[in-house]
Ligand binder design. Structure first.
Ligand code: MLT
Length: 305
């Protein structure tokens, strides 16, 4: 009897080719599944079917899966750490430049320009005055969370001539040093916030990181600082963020999660959760998740659970 795998999102066919048709039945409409393969769909508040032996998430974060509930039933939940790190890193780096050069506001300004060449020239002059940016070498980037993505972002920032501070209470100083000896590791979050020109978040959303950046953290930050959030929206306390922006305590916020309150706000850029949305990342994640399920179902081997 083939193993039955229900996919809860569109999953890359390249990854699914790891589950050959003679051994696996895979699809959205599979009933009594042996395993679930999910990207962003939430499994919270969904009944757990007794047939399910394993769950795999094609992505790093697992906040859309009630891990404790599955664990109680002895059902492993796999994820794909690192498989989309390059894609996320590239978007974060785009976020660095975007913040430093006011690219989104300036592009919107240029898009609205109308008139003949002489009018354009005048408007261009106005744009040059309004959208003066800053350069990255010598600036300080604070990286919160030194997992696969945080370390990749830190390394690009170093190669751009930035100073990099790293904060991650989950790792030892020795481990942090092994990850990157050029990152200055700080053990006090406030110190990182006080010294950084740009702060970037790379922690998972768990009970301890919900609202990690709130009113007192905004107070600690430079008023000229920009916050990048390509991790998860609720890591930043949204009312406190809005207050900080309105009070001039923060220069800007770039994030990968639109919300009704944040969208269209000045000095806020939101993207529709595009961090891992490249063909390469989708293939890598799907391939890794499919392999994890295959190894578990066929051999009982557990990887990344
Ligand atoms: C992740 O947790 O790695 C991302 O949310 C992946 C995705 O966008 O699916």
């Amino acid at each position: 009897m083939p193993f039955r795998i229900r996919t809860l999102n569109a999953i890359s066919q390249v990854g699914l080719s790891r589950l050959p048709g003679d051994k696996y039945t895979v699809g959205h409409d599979v009933t009594s599944p042996d395993a679930l393969l999910v990207r962003s769909a939430s499994l919270h508040n969904q009944p757990i079917e007794p047939s399910v032996l394993a769950v795999a998430r094609a992505g790093a974060g697992t906040n859309n899966i009630p891990i404790a509930e599955f664990s109680k039933l002895g059902v492993p939940v796999f994820n794909t750490p690192g498989a989309n790190a390059n894609a996320v890193k590239e978007l974060v780096v785009a976020g660095l430049f975007l913040a430093a050069r006011n690219i989104v506001d300036a592009a919107a300004f240029a898009h609205r320009l109308e008139g003949d060449h002489a009018t354009m020239d005048k408007l261009v002059e106005a744009g040059k005055k309004n959208y003066v940016g800053f350069e990255l070498p010598g600036r300080t980037l604070g990286v919160i969370g030194l997992g696969a993505i945080g370390v990749e972002v830190a390394n690009v920032a170093l190669s751009l001539g930035m100073n990099v501070l790293g904060y991650d209470p989950g790792i030892t100083v020795q481990h942090a040093w092994a990850l990157s000896s050029q990152v200055e590791h700080v053990t006090d979050l406030d110190e990182l916030l006080k010294r950084s020109d740009i702060v970037t978040l790379h922690v998972p959303l768990v009970a301890g990181t919900k609202g990690l950046i709130g009113a007192s953290q905004f107070q600690a930050m430079k008023s000229s600082a920009v916050l990048l959030n390509f991790a998860r929206g609720p890591i930043v306390d949204e009312p406190a963020l809005i207050e900080a922006l309105e009070a001039g305590q923060l220069r800007g916020y770039v994030c990968d999660f639109p919300t009704p309150t944040l969208n269209k706000r000045p000095r806020v850029v939101t993207l529709p959760h595009l961090g891992a949305s490249t063909n390469e990342a989708e293939e890598n994640c799907a391939r890794m998740a499919a392999d994890e399920l295959r190894w578990y179902l066929e051999e009982g081997t557990i990887q990344n659970s």
